[in-house]
Design a protein around this ligand. Structure first.
Ligand code: C2E
Ligand code: CA
Ligand code: CA
Length: 586
């Protein structure tokens, strides 16, 4: 966005129309005055030229009234034609002083050009004026060199002054590096947007972006590389903004985004979409929705608070400020900031071989004890976390807690257990997901080879290539993938073949019927054959009765899980129960 290609900001259609219309009308009136004021010489002036005055005056009045509806090109033509008109009049003016007075109108024309149009176009228009002026002066022969010089200096000088001032005034709100609005420009737009939102009741949100590794780029590759990165971010994002949105460089490596018409959830989605366009850059975002009674500064303070929270729990995510959240989400956000101390935990449910009931793995299931409401089931708060921007933080908590607890259990019991962790669709779709998981494994010392990611069928049906790619990358690092709740959604049979999958987890509802319906038992046999054919390991979930366990064992189902064997329990209880096995730790 170079300045020379842009018109100054004052050039709103209304201002252009009023000003240009007024100047045109005045030019027309001056021409009429000239014709009427020199009656003796009227005969020398051609009637067609004499008519130009009234015509110009009428055009000028029309432009003042309706000119805000016509494209800018119209004004360029108007000025170009007007310059020729001025030249013609000056040429036919009966007296030297009249000619000079008419040529002086060029000052208005050049000022209008530099006020409203791009520099390139303004300069070419200035050249046109000077050429016309020179032609008139030479053709008439009676204009003194002194007058001609003064006229020239007036035209060029006024144009230059207006051009510089108009651009300086406009660029006060602009960031020189990226061409985006700067903090000052953003604050002006924010004030206006808040007033509009108060008046209309339309939602309004703001987001603050922080580049995660900007300082490292600057330090390692130099300031030029840092500047280049900022420009790339600005260019990429500004080409993707929804209508009415304003992106600003807020200073340093911070960007701010104003989203009129967006509520908090929509703004969060927009911020996530922008974040996703630059997976290599890594950005943290705080989002806040305007609430009645907020000042513009309050809104930005809340966005900043949300950003701070993201930065303090691992970066690389967007989060909605608590004010815009439902009460449950607000409490969850508070719990997440406190981690295990905030009433959050994972419980572990053993996964066993049905033939002998031996525990070979564990599934981590998140638990939350709300300070007032007590136990809140995950089916209730996981969707809230997804909706309100907390799923990244929740996932980060679960992964860390699961890996730590699995390690505790493995070491205490001496069993080479594998660990499965549930991953939500939105979490998996986050470009930073893979790196976060790998970093957590590294930090907790839990081996990738004994880690399984559980995703649901419906999630995988969404066919996000990024999600599929994330699973592939995790598998390249030694993790494995389980399809959870198999048999509940629409059949993903065709996709099972192409998906990076290792385990198939058969849903509770399916398992509960295997002993009461012989059709179900036969269906189970087919599902096992299918799993075999696709080289997938079947895990039967929700095993509650010994009968179900016997049926599974008889059919040769390799793995099972359910209340019969154990409920999900805190790690300490499992440590106490699972006696150390003879097998050494692998
Ligand atoms: P899921 O992944 O299918 O987890 C199995 C659910 O079945 C768990 O419920 C578990 O307690 C329950 N269950 C286990 N054995 C039996 C049984 O024998 N009979 C019956 N009726 N139920 C049994 P929970 O812990 O309430 O979790 C519900 C769902 O919430 C999970 O379904 C999973 O989709 C989601 N979830 C749980 N923890 C997490 C997590 O850490 N992250 C994410 N993204 N989702 C989670
Ligand atoms: Ca699961
Ligand atoms: Ca399941």
């Amino acid at each position: 966005m170079g300045m020379s290609r842009m018109a100054p900001e004052v050039a709103t259609p209304r201002v252009v129309a009023r000003t240009t219309g007024l100047l045109t009308a005045m030019g027309g009136l001056a021409a009429i005055g000239l014709v009427l004021g020199t009656p003796g010489e009227l005969a020398r002036i051609h009637p067609a030229i004499a008519a130009l005055g009234p015509i110009t005056a009428v055009v000028g009045l029309g432009v003042m009234r309706w000119g805000n509806r016509v494209p800018q090109l119209f004004y360029r033509v108007l000025l170009a034609v007007g310059a020729v008109g001025i030249g013609l009049f000056a040429y036919v003016s009966p007296t030297e002083s009249g000619a000079v007075a008419i040529l002086a109108l060029m000052v208005f024309a050049s000022m209008a050009a530099f006020l409203f149009f791009s520099l390139v176009w303004s300069y070419s228009f200035l050249v046109e004026l000077l050429v016309i002026g020179t032609v008139v002066v030479v053709a008439r022969g009676d204009v003194t060199a002194g007058s001609a010089l003064v006229l020239g200096v007036l035209v060029v000088g006024s144009a230059g002054a207006v051009g510089v001032l108009a651009r300086r005034a406009a660029s006060a709100g602009e960031d020189a590096l990226t061409g985006l609005v700067n903090r000052r420009g953003f604050d002006e737009a924010l004030d206006a947007a808040v007033r509009t939102s108060v008046r209309t009741g339309e939602p309004l949100s703001a987001a603050l972006f922080d580049l995660d590794h900007f300082k490292a780029v600057n330090d390692a590759r130099g300031h030029a590389a840092g500047d280049e990165l900022l420009r790339t971010v600005a260019d990429t994002w500004s080409s993707l903004l929804p209508p009415g949105a304003i992106l600003a460089r807020h200073g340093g490596d911070e960007f701010s985004l104003l989203l009129p018409g967006h509520d908090g959830a929509a703004a969060l989605a927009c911020a996530e979409a922008l974040r996703a366009t630059l997976p290599d850059v890594g950005t943290s975002v705080g989002v806040a929705q305007f609430a009645l009674g907020d000042s513009p500064a309050d809104l930005m303070r809340r966005a900043d608070a949300a950003l701070y929270r993201v930065k303090s729990v691992g970066r690389g995510r967007s989060e909605l400020d608590a004010e815009g959240m439902s009460p449950l989400a607000r409490d969850l956000a508070a719990a997440l900031s406190a981690g295990r101390a905030g009433g959050l935990a994972v419980h572990l449910q053993p996964i066993v071989t049905p033939a002998d009931g031996e525990t070979v793995g564990i599934e981590a299931l998140v638990r939350w004890t709300h300070p007032d409401r007590g136990f809140v089931p995950p089916v209730e708060f996981v969707p809230v976390a997804e909706r309100e921007g907390l799923i990244g933080a929740l996932g980060a908590f679960v992964w860390t807690a699961a890996c730590e607890d699995a390690r505790t259990l493995s070491e205490a019991t001496g069993r080479p257990l594998f660990l499965t962790v549930n991953v939500s669709g939105l979490e998996l779709d986050d470009p930073g997901f893979v790196d976060r998981v790998l970093a957590t494994l590294e930090a907790t010392g839990w081996p990738a080879q004994r880690t399984v990611v559980e995703v649901t069928e419906s999630l995988v049906e969404a066919e996000s290539t990024r999600s599929v790619r994330a699973l592939e990358v995790l598998r390249e690092h030694g993790l494995r993938v389980a399809i959870d709740d198999f048999g509940t959604g629409y059949s993903a049979l065709a996709r099972l073949d192409t998906l990076p999958t290792d385990f198939l987890k058969l849903d509770n509802s399916f398992v509960s019927a295997i002993t009461t319906s012989s059709r179900r038992a036969r269906l189970l046999r087919s599902v096992m054959a299918l799993a075999d054919a696709l080289d997938l390991i079947l895990v039967a979930e929700g095993v509650e009765t010994p009968e179900q366990a016997r049926t599974l064992a008889a059919l040769g189902c390799p793995l099972a899980q359910g209340y019969l064997y154990s409920r999900p329990r805190p790690v300490a209880e499992l440590v106490a129960e699972l006696a150390p096995a003879d097998v050494p730790v692998v």
